[in-house]
Design a protein around this ligand. Structure first.
Ligand code: CA
Length: 423
């Protein structure tokens, strides 16, 4: 089905530079604050945000039967919970209002001043209230790299890996929106041939990920098929699943990650709707061996999202250290959701499911320092001449991502955070 707002021919009367992530074909949702009293839902267009509460208040959504204060809450959960019929109608209507051929808002200077604000003057907030957070492990190159380093190069993938999307339940309370710094975690680590010690993590790492946001709840006992999965996914964000490798190495046996992961995660502030990503779908991996029937899917379900990670030292210039792509995922989001719910586990609006580290097949496409420096044996040189095996105190890690087809660019903005020294 054609989605009206995705039409590549659409042009906005708002100036959008060709390299802007926020074209008229994107219309991603977020929550902004003016740092004083306002905290409203908004969309991004070019260098501006459009305050949806004002748009609604000034009657531009009349006919859509939206609840009066739906855009003035601290999160998008209630809006998302209205369902895709409503949220898609809202995106279509915004697309109309921004269209160069539509004069309704374009010609009303008073309303324009009330509705549009410069992004640089605002602060973006965490756009959703996250109930539960799950992290998968679905990039074959990442799983293979880690398996080779920590186990057996001959049997890098464990026997279950190609039969199910491996995942674990993470911690929602410590997910922060881009721009929030955090302190280097402390914990137990185990030097070789000595008893465990307590102290600041020495091997702090990023994990280049994306995450999808659940848009429709299920009841316990229900499961979601791969075919229906897209109805339950509202949109996607960039995600950094910060990891303490030395803590992880000691603690993860036999139950998996715990304190090595739950101290902080960072997400980008704009939720790009799954609708806006549809034009960028591409074919996925041929899955061999054949998966069980509940994991089978038809059509193109991977998405061509260019991803990059840079490290910016304190007062220094950022250096790009990784360039990967979401299309390298072995397991698709639809398969992850089908697997997550096949046992009857219910999901709620605002739940967040992260992809797992997204590595590509080439060395410069690896999605963590662990892989990029091969466990610290091959340090990376930054523009200022300094070297990194892992992340230093006061380094800022910036993830960016965008899709591009012809002149249409649909991007995510930034997912960035600074690692402060340990408390
Ligand atoms: Ca992860």
């Amino acid at each position: 089905m054609e989605i009206k707002a995705n039409n590549p021919a659409l042009k906005s009367w708002i100036d959008v530079k060709p390299d802007s992530d926020f074209s008229i074909q994107n219309i991603p949702f977020g929550i902004y604050t003016d740092k004083q009293t306002i905290h409203n839902a908004c969309i991004a267009i070019g260098d501006y945000v459009m305050d949806l509460h004002m748009v609604h208040h000034l009657r531009y959504f009349k006919g859509l039967s939206l609840p009066e204060n739906i855009f003035s809450y601290h999160s998008l959960n209630d809006f998302i919970a209205l369902g895709k019929d409503k949220t898609c109608a809202v995106r279509d209507r915004i697309s109309d209002l921004l269209n160069i051929e539509n004069k309704e808002l374009q010609s009303n200077e008073v309303h324009r001043k009330q509705i549009f604000k410069q992004q640089k003057d605002l602060q973006m907030l965490l756009p959703i209230q996250i109930g539960d957070y799950t992290d998968f492990y679905s990039s074959i190159d990442h799983a293979r790299n880690v398996g080779m380093m920590f186990r057996d190069p001959e049997n890098a993938l464990l026997p279950n890996w190609k039969h199910l999307p491996v995942g674990y339940h993470g911690r929602a309370s410590s997910i922060r929106v881009s721009g929030h710094s955090f302190h280097r975690p402390k914990g137990q680590t185990k030097p070789s041939d000595a008893p465990p010690v307590f102290g600041p993590c020495k091997l702090l790492d990023f994990e280049l990920e994306t995450a999808f946001v659940i848009g429709k709840q299920t009841q316990m006992g229900e499961s979601i098929s791969t075919e229906k999965a897209d109805d339950y996914i509202f949109g996607m964000v960039l995600f950094n699943d910060w990891s303490a490798r030395d803590i992880q190495t000691w603690e993860y046996v036999p139950l998996g990650p715990f304190l090595a992961k739950n101290f902080a995660s960072t997400m980008s502030p704009w939720i790009v709707t799954l609708d806006a990503l549809e034009p960028f779908r591409v074919e996925g991996y041929k899955q061999d061996p054949k998966v069980l029937p509940y994991l089978e899917y038809t059509g193109n379900k991977n998405i061509d999202i260019n991803l990059e990670v840079s490290i910016q030292p304190e007062n220094g210039e950022a250096t790009i250290v990784s360039e990967s792509n979401y299309k390298y995922m072995y397991w698709t989001a639809e398969q992850q959701l089908a697997h997550h719910t096949v046992n009857g586990c219910n999901v709620n609006v605002g739940d967040m499911m992260a992809s797992g580290t997204i590595s590509g097949p080439e060395k410069q496409q690896f999605g963590s320092m662990l892989e990029l420096t091969w466990r610290g044996t091959n340090p990376i040189k930054l523009k200022d001449g300094s070297e990194r095996k892992f992340i230093n105190d006061n380094d800022t890690v910036i993830i960016k991502g965008h899709c591009q087809k012809g002149s249409v660019r649909v991007g995510f903005g930034e997912c960035k955070a600074k690692a402060l020294p340990a408390f």
